[in-house]
Design a protein around this ligand. Sequence first.
Ligand SMILES: [Zn+2]
Length: 643
Amino acid sequence: MPIPDEDVAKVRSATDLVAVVGEHTALKRVGRRFVGLCPFHAERTASFSVNPETGLYYCFGCRAAGDAISFVRAVEGCDFVEAVERLAARAGIVVRDDQDGRAGVERGRRKLLYEALSRAVEHYHERLLSGPDAGRARQYLRARGYDAAIVRQFRLGWAGPAGEDLVRSIDLPPGVLVEAGLAWSGHGRLRDAFAERVIFPIFDAGGRAIALGGRVLPSELARGHQDQGPKYRNSPESSVYQKRRTLYGLNWAKAEVARTGEVVVCEGYTDVIGFFQAGVPRAVATCGTALTEEHFRLLSNFARRVVLAFDADAAGQSAAARLYEWERSHDVELAVAALPAGRDPADLARLDPEALVGAVAAARPFLAFEVDRALQALDLRSPEGRSRAAETALDAIAEHPSELVRDQYLVEVADRTQHDPERLRPLLEQRRLRIAERGRPDGPERGDRRKAAAEARGGGPVAAGRRPSEGAGRPAPSRGRPGPSGPRAGLEALALAIHRPSEVAGLLEAVLFTDPLQREAFSALENASELHEAVANAQPEAAELLTRLGAADLEDDADPLGTYLALCRIAAERALAALKREARLAARQQDPAVEASLLEAPSSVQLDLELLREAPDRPAPGDAAIEAARRLVAWLARRERDG
Ligand SMILES: [Zn+2]
């Protein structure tokens, strides 16, 4: 653990969760908590609840749940340590280094990298706006249709002739500049890494500069420089910049992505800017890599639907199975926008912005796109062409994990290629077998079972941004009816233990919780010194339950004694019923001694239970029922101990 637990707790308690969340969605006070539209999924009615007293949030729509740290991690796409540091900085707290100080050194180093990159962005930006040698760059950008507002929004810059201009203007250690990819050292001198390039700064989701992308000017504009290197050059990876986790543009796009639930993924910086110009300000780009699962996970925090707006060949047939897996495991819908051949979004934004907007609106599911492509590539007028088209389409269909989906596409392909579906089915089966032999470590079938099991238990992952079916996970609406998280009295007792622990101290015990999940949640609470520790130590489903109750508020009429009696009554009735079943079994097995011993004990239990059943709705501390309940709890504990 790089940051001591006490420091994490200190940061948490010093953080105003309402203010942190309030930067991403408007919150309204309701009683002691706040509600608003969920920043993690698109919705019209507020189901996102924030409780400033417990420091927890929960979404009843998508089940995003957690505390300030997990919120920052989710919206900024950073790791735990970074999230704690950001909150610490915000609250004006200094977090200590770990024992050997290595993590502290690393954090200090990252801070310097951010500093260097941010200064470089401003330096190059100023240079573009007012540098005497930036005329060619400004001319080029104007020719691309970039006005001053675009240049400012995307902090575009200009790195002039090769030299030491940047190195001299940033007063930071040479090692930092080199690691940040801003400079290189040779022959004992430090020189700028970028020269004669238009600079596209790359920011993380939280808006911090983490790298630079540099594009050479088209050759007719860049006079007299023979060796320009590649068209685009990016900073190398560093401890603040990992390509597989970075999406260019997410910092500008995320609000719109969260609002609409849709994100457009393209390939280049100029494509992203093109989408913004065309009125689709929800585009991001990978930074010279294929789409990774980390990208997907980051996007699934904001989007329900991911539209790919690049040549689907780039995704490649071998990637299809992976895309389907991510689609399923991150619960997002993947679609492909069909762009006119040979046009990238940046061109289209300039030449025909309406076509670009239309292509996104008409985006189709990934498999539909693949099937279309297979059928359009071949001549369907001849039997040979139709057969080959069907085979190619079947290759694509076979990759899809769902049998129902596969079958529908098979029927469509059969129809369009004039085949009998029954002739195509065995061909599809062959392909499925080949895929099965190819062997994926985590086949979709296994994933299915895990998911089904989780749903059957009524639980779900705590991770922010996962979204099982809408509306799942609401507490049981009426008294006594077990809901997704078990009996109502147990939920009330847990809520009391979270929000008013002193009032139930000495009353509640684990043995009173008949619902296994509630009992697990209570045990986690009992064994922790505070709520956040309990959440951290509990199993995922119990952690979600604790978070949900913690983010909500107690009902006004919550009554500790009444809840305690209800819980006792339910647990005792349940135990008594079990005892009767055992006695009946003993009777059937004709073991009168056992039968008698089983039936004898509960007579006092029966009496105590009667007292509980007759107790008033809001019992007073001295009521006989309270003493009866205590005896029942002792009996339950004994029974459980003796097995
Ligand atoms: Zn939500």
